[in-house]
Ligand binder design. Structure first.
Ligand code: GDP
Length: 360
């Protein structure tokens, strides 16, 4: 299952452009606000050098990377939490994603209108953040109202929840997003049903023009740092155009301009890092494949990602290290060298493990 990310930002920040670069899906891209009328969804493969290395050992097999699902979320403008622009629809779309990619316009272009008149990355970022904060405030206050009565008549659970809500409402009113409110895992669990928007991790995406980094993107970097968030600079339009080229042409272009890696690739990797997930690998059958599970997943559960009945039929997992495979060239040689770990049901899968599941 793919992990889901939502692209948010003001109209004309370049969300659809970056969505296209990520998914090469050809979403409509036009210089008018609200051209993205509904959330567009697309799938982007996760570039993974370890998978490439494993594939190099089994070139005859097909390489299957993990993927992320990207949602292009439309209509966030000042006042959206009160129903301006496309209003509440976008908020519903954000609720469904696991993490937020906050696209900030850092390119100047006279022919592309700016919804607030002119570029000011600090204000632009704050407009988006404020809408999310206000929406959370509304959600939490609504919940508070619903449970206040139960809390009054002495229900302990309701009282605890009320105290938590009061704390968070107070934080939101001071402009503090819920992710920065030092919640315990237990408290986060309690909030799950409400799915607060400002609890989701954020990665800033500075969309710059063809000439690359500039004063605006440097400012975004600074603002991201202040928030303890990550940031990626991307020449959105250029990368979208590149994504339309055939693979070979694209590589050629990159070589010519001395570009090691596309920013979209870095973007996907950084986005992935927002979630506490790890990647393991398999090479059984016709595919060399990467899989993603939450950190801390035990072997039978990891197997279940491949095939649901692996959970019950699990006998053991043979764990190999990529470096050993590269040294010994085959799992047979690895076995003879005693370099395969035979792991039972309680084994916690580690990032980078190469696994053979033995099932009954
Ligand atoms: P969205 O409303 O956030 O989805 O923004 P779009 O991706 O639709 O982009 C709005 C307009 O800005 C489109 O006309 C894009 O072609 C244009 N655009 C995006 N990136 C750049 C860029 O780096 N430079 C210039 N000049 N225009 C860009």
């Amino acid at each position: 299952m793919s992990r889901t990310f939502g692209l948010v930002g003001l109209p004309n920040a370049g969300k659809s452009t970056i969505f296209n670069a990520l998914t090469a899906a050809g979403a409509r891209v036009e210089p008018y606000p609200f051209c993205t009328l509904q959330a567009q969804k697309g799938i982007a493969p996760v570039p993974d050098p370890r998978l490439d290395r494993l594939h190099a050992l089994f070139p005859e097999k097909k390489k299957v990377p993990t993927t992320i699902e990207v949602v292009d979320i439309a209509g966030l403008v000042e006042g959206a939490s009160r129903g301006e622009g496309l209003g509440n629809q976008f908020l519903a779309d954000i609720r469904n994603v696991e993490a937020i990619l906050h696209v900030v316009r850092c390119f100047e272009a006279e022919d592309v209108a700016h919804p607030m008149g002119e570029l000011d990355v600090k204000r632009d970022i704050e407009v988006v953040e404020t809408e999310l904060l206000l929406k959370d405030l509304e959600t939490l206050e609504g919940r508070r109202e619903r449970i206040a009565k139960t809390a009054r008549i002495g229900d302990k659970q309701a009282r605890e929840e009320l105290a938590l809500l009061d704390r968070l409402i107070d934080a939101l009113k001071r402009g503090v997003p819920i992710r920065n409110a030092s919640l315990t895992a237990e408290e986060k669990e309690k909030l799950k049903g409400l799915a607060p928007l400002t609890l989701k991790p954020v990665l800033f995406v500075a969309n710059v023009g063809d000439s690359g980094e500039n004063e605006h993107s440097r400012k975004v970097a600074e603002l991201a740092r202040e928030r303890g968030a990550g940031m990626v600079v991307i020449r959105g339009r250029l990368e979208m155009e590149l994504s339309e080229l055939a693979e070979e042409e694209r590589r050629e272009f990159l070589r010519e301009y001395g570009i090691g890696e596309l920013a979209v690739e870095r973007l996907v990797r950084e986005a992935y890092r927002l979630l506490s997930v790890i990647t393991f690998y398999t090479f059984v059958g016709p595919e060399v494949r990467a899989w993603t599970v939450p950190a801390g997943t035990k072997a039978p559960e990891a197997g279940a990602v491949i095939h649901t009945d692996f959970r019950d039929r699990f006998v053991l997992a043979e764990i190999m290290r990529l470096e050993d495979l590269e040294q010994y060239r085959s799992d047979k040689a690895l076995r003879e060298a005693g370099k395969i770990l035979r792991a039972g049901r309680d084994y916690v899968v580690q990032d980078g493990d190469v696994i053979h599941f033995i099932v009954a």
